[in-house]
Write a protein that binds this ligand. Sequence first.
Ligand code: ZN
Length: 244
Amino acid sequence: MKISRFKKSHKTLVFFATNFDYREPYQVLVDATFCQAALLHKIGIDEQIRKYFQCSAKLLTTQCVILEAEALGAPLTGATTLVKKFHVHKCGHEGKPVPAADCIKSMTKDNRYIIASQDRLLQESLRKIPGRCLLYLHKATPVLEAPSKASKKWVLKQAKDLMLGKHAAKIDYMKEKQGLKPVEATSSSTKRKGPKNPNPLSCKKSKKEKAKSPLQGVEQTALTKAKRKRVKIPAHVKAALGKD
Ligand SMILES: [Zn+2]
């Protein structure tokens, strides 16, 4: 195998291992269409896949895949024989089989399978779901498909969310370092336990304060002066004054 091909497949495997938790030995879920293509190009699936991945891989299939291949009869006899040789994983459809494509889709929900299929409709629908890894035969050559747009988009979003989270944490850290604690933290830490002071704009002044008030003082003096003016001068005093 050419080095560039290995590099490509290795890069793809690393992508799925890093972002979607795919682990060795990689589990390859094979369907009858893949077996049919392998027969057509006279390749040994087991041998070719191990050689291509250059690491351990476990080939398996499901009962639904086998039953569908059997139902298709003569054209797929060879493929049916081939697919039956793989380990049969429980798919949850025992006793009530579903179409192979539906079975495979349901199998990929909770498990990390590399799907080996030539079924274009199945491939299309799996490409729309992040984290699905596809393997197909290009003539006699196995090809691990590069991550789909949906997978790349999902990974980018995760990275972006992580960056935003880290950025926010960094800002909080810097603020704390400079004594600029976040508003919530400050208000909660210095919260008064006892009753609050009354609002100075809404409260009435006490009598003492009223007396102290300079404006009030002026009014008071004026009032006193007015009162003084009205004080009656006794007649004898008037008479005495008149004498002066
Ligand atoms: Zn099934």
